[in-house]
Design a protein around this ligand. Structure first.
Ligand SMILES: [Zn+2]
Length: 364
């Protein structure tokens, strides 16, 4: 179930600001579970599960969009130039397959060119080509042909969607960030639809996260939750090039962030509410799950803005370990996603009228 759902969601292109196809797939999946959902002006999708009005309300959210590009310029000879949208790593761009998103059924595949190896002088062989110099070959011979295909400046472009199994438990492909989060919340929606009690939960699938965190904040201003829980990747530190990052292992269980901070530009981050840290520690223990811990700089989610809404929202980032973030082939482990559904289900069910967010009642 989780594998099929995730692999399906990864196949749907949804650049930031162009999430419509992803939203439609998710709202259809919710409808199949007999869960009603609604979208707002920005394109965020919300399903509200009404619950005990005496308990703190919960906004549980994850982003639908993915990073990518937009067409910046069409060359007279039919080649396309791209502008980046989101944190796209330049050193992994040459030779990538892309999909130019003109419309369902009319999308155009393309190739980010890599200069012929035979024509590459030794001095260039270890040089990263800046994205501005890269160009896309999409099979066109002129700007007129490009226009006829419906491609123009501003047309969305994503890594060509793909998803495949890696070993017995893992999935590799495009936009594991954050379709894996979407798959987890859909897994939870099935549980929430069948529950008998619990707090009001707003399950939200948000837009424009990769475009510097713009979708979730207006939604939170509308929903005014007491508690916000964001689901996204946790940087795995179990590869030869990432051992210094921390102790986050694929397949070892969901993760909880105790500290995130983004020092470049935004100067924002999240320090989780201690009552929520205790809640999910206790929930993991009750379910027999390992809960991994994360403390990272350079990582930022929508939650860093959501926490400022109203008189402040008690916040926590939870997620799944993921490798190779923002490259065209990200990797996660399905066991972590299943465990995350269990953790969230248990955690949310423990939020009753006596669940206190009062800091004076906390343990020092
Ligand atoms: Zn993400």
């Amino acid at each position: 179930m989780m594998r099929d759902l995730l692999m399906l969601l990864m196949q749907i292109p949804g650049l930031s600001g162009n999430e419509d196809r992803v939203r439609q797939a998710i709202s259809k999946t919710l409808a199949d579970l007999c869960v009603e959902s609604r979208s707002d002006r920005l394109g965020n999708l919300v399903a509200t599960f009404e619950g005990d009005p005496g308990a703190p309300s919960v906004m549980l959210f994850t982003h639908m969009d993915q990073l990518g590009f937009v067409v910046r310029k069409v060359e007279p000879d039919g080649f396309l130039r791209l502008e980046r949208l989101g944190g796209v790593p330049e050193r992994a761009l040459a030779s990538q397959a892309v999909l130019i998103c003109v419309g369902q059924g009319r999308d155009v595949p393309g190739v980010i060119a890599n200069k012929s190896h035979h024509a590459t002088p030794p001095g260039e062989k270890y040089h990263v080509v800046p994205y501005r110099e890269l160009y896309v070959d999409a099979g066109f011979a002129s700007a007129e042909e490009v226009a006829e295909a419906g491609i123009q400046i501003g047309t969305p472009v994503v890594y060509r969607p793909q998803s495949f199994a890696l070993g017995p438990h893992r999935v590799a492909g495009t936009s594991v960030d954050d379709r894996a989060g979407c798959a987890v919340l859909l897994g939870l929606a099935a549980d929430l639809a069948a529950r008998k009690s619990g707090p009001t939960v707003h399950l939200a699938f948000t837009v424009q996260e990769e475009f510097n965190l713009r979708g979730a904040l207006p939604l939170a201003q509308d929903l005014k939750p007491d508690i916000a829980i964001q689901i996204d990747l946790m940087l795995a530190s179990d590869t030869p090039d990432s051992k210094e990052l921390g102790d986050m292992y694929l397949g070892a269980g969901p993760g909880m962030s105790l500290y995130s901070f983004h020092g470049r530009g935004t100067l924002n981050g999240v320090l989780p509410h201690p009552a929520l840290v205790r809640l999910f520690e206790a929930s993991a223990e009750a379910q027999g799950l390992t809960l991994q811990r994360s403390a990272q700089t350079g990582v930022l989610t929508d939650l860093s803005y959501v926490q400022h809404v109203g008189a402040g929202v008690a916040s926590i980032d939870l997620g799944f370990p993921m490798r190779f973030s923002h490259s065209s082939l990200e990797v996660c482990d399905l066991r972590d996603l299943d465990a995350l559904v269990m953790l969230l289900g248990e955690g949310v069910s423990r939020i009753g009228p006596d669940f206190s967010l009062n800091r004076d009642e906390g343990q020092a």
